[in-house]
Design a protein around this ligand. Sequence first.
Ligand SMILES: OC[C@H]1O[C@H](O)[C@H](O)[C@@H]1O
Length: 331
Amino acid sequence: MDVLGIGNAIVDVLFRTDDDTIRAHELPKGGMTLIDETQAEKLYTEAGETTERSGGSVANAIAIAAALGADAGYVGKVSDDRLGTSFTESIRSHGVHFTTPALSGSPATARCLVMVTPDGERTMSTFLGACTALGPDDIEQDDVAGSRVSLIEGYLADTEQARATIGKVVDAAAKSKARVGLTLSDAGCVDRHREYFRELARENVEIIIADEDEMAALVGDEPATSLLRGNGGNCELVIVTHGEKGSTVYAPGGVVEDVLVHPAEQLVDTTGAGDAYAGGFLYGWTRGLDLATCGRIGAVAASLVVAQLGAQPPEGLREKVAALVPGLEVR
Ligand SMILES: OC[C@H]1O[C@H](O)[C@H](O)[C@@H]1O
């Protein structure tokens, strides 16, 4: 495969709300808070009209890469319930190989209550449910070794079992030419697990993709380049996204690409913007494209995703990206 994703398999339940409601629930605006099933039910009951979409950070990225034409697979745990079926059908509909056995019975499939405010910002509350059962046995070492890159998400650090799963991925990759990529997910998540992520960056991960806040949470006063191979880290690529201002790609040897963003036609919902960037970038990278073009593909994919509600690949993604990235033929 070109890219294999390992992450929390989540169904997003999106609804529009306002800042007062976010404050009333004492949720960090723009962040992700872990909740239990009872809290998830309560939020759902209060939500009013909702829209259900397949979610999960790395699952979103992998769906984008597959929709662009990458040979892509995903490992994540759902339960054999309605939401599990919905997640499975959705990710497969984008051409992703997804065969992780579903849990029988409880805990239920994970869901993320995504509150979208009028400024397009999303505030997420996640019940992890079946994701907590993802474990090393779900990883086929040959799949990792046979993929150009295995992409893991920072959110996996929230459970011990998932950290063991990451351990199996990095071991399998280390025995092959496969690369390991990491998206940092959320600044709060980096705050919770900073030392763990720093160790991954020093020892195991070749590609890191993060937004400015997540990167600052990881490196503090040090530059992002401190994660590069030769500077104390293990990374071959460190990519920092700057929202509507674009992204910066750092590589060893002082290679820096500042990539301007493609402006979004409209801002509806930022859910999955970073995931779309990661999926688009890695699609380009697995095709051997230059770093600036990889960044442009990511930026265009992100600009299309924020113009809709939810993180799913937009209709006609391949054609739209090919039209907006000069010189790119999407095959
Ligand atoms: O990055 C956005 C994703 O994070 C959470 O995992 C939600 O499921 C959402 O789809």
